[in-house]
Design a protein. Sequence first.
Length: 83
Amino acid sequence: MTNNKQQTAVDDFWFEIGDIFRYTVDIDTGIRLLKAYERAKINEREHLIKAHGIQFDYSHSQIDPKKITGEDYYNETYGGGEQ
């Protein structure tokens, strides 16, 4: 099964920094980095949802368009459910 979800900029940054700091930081610094990552993920999620807003997809039907909220967009694009 293929995962076609995109990575957010915060995820990209986290994986890059993880490779750099994997063996060079102490446990306290690692915990602080992880907490900063988790806060950034929450903020990024909220910004992406707010930026998308509510849109309508007319490709299915002109009579009954599908309403796509910012949360729907985030979940479909980035996997959602993560906070």
